[in-house]
Design a protein around this ligand. Sequence first.
Ligand code: ZN
Length: 334
Amino acid sequence: MVVYYIGIDVGATWTRIALASQDGEIVKKIVMRTPQEGDRYTIANVISDKIEESFRDVLMDVRAIGIGSAGPMDLATGVVLNAPNISIHTFELARPLQERFGKPVIMANDCIAGVWGEKVLGFGRGYENVVYVTISTGIGGGMIVNDTLLLGKMGNAHEIGHIVVDVNGKMKCGCGGYGHWEAYASGANIPKFASRLIEELSLSQEEKESQIYKAYKDGFLTSELIYSKAKEGDKLALRIVEEVNKYNIVGFINIINLYDPEIITVGGSVALKNKELVIDRIVEGLKRAPGIVTAQPMITPTKFGDDVVLMGAIALAMKPPPNLVKMLRYLQYY
Ligand SMILES: [Zn+2]
């Protein structure tokens, strides 16, 4: 008998839907814009219509549906609650899909899904202590400790982007807090932190002639520009990248001391598009960093690229973590 799984990654801008084989290989993938207006059922309805239209012929053979969504959420009811980055802030996901297709829906937040994907299908296979970190528009993580997926009371555990990495709280985070990792090193916030650095550092003549300095003056500084100029050897861009990495290294030290992982996989556009300037430098920095009270873990880019949450959603459907299943109260209506 042929068995399929469906994985869904609901992000702020893009939603990815995949049909996967029983081994977790993606057979067909759809990428669509996440609906930006509507009511609490719009997103689930649009996704359901897309699934029906695209996978109609094989729906009979789909065993389960997995979802990794931007959060925060209430896992028990399968509802995304007050998501800051999605235009429809609060929406139902799990139950409408479950009712429409008559299949069990296993849902988690995007990074929790991500780490489960690493454990079941990625570089985390065979390890009992796995961490997934994403450095993208924001910073987030998922953790497996002693083979247990960490969830928290509502499924919102380990929002690592909001750990304090600067006790002086120089930068304000999107959440309203000060000194949070994400405020220094996420794609959305690097330009603000870079501008602050440019204002505070004494710049050499060469640095003042940098295109980064000009972009700052003109108000067009972006993370992409900073990393692309750093790759070309621009002194000011490299200095900014180095400052950003100081906070990345502090973030990783905290993660290592908190969870004692065997392996950390890293994803997210900022990290994956700039592996040498981000991941390699974190690895180098950690070798020299004081204050790690356990053995160093292996650190590697994810092998899934942009599909890490999608692969996580597939993995949730294929092999639902028992402690997560226990939390999903809506599953009893399946
Ligand atoms: Zn924050």
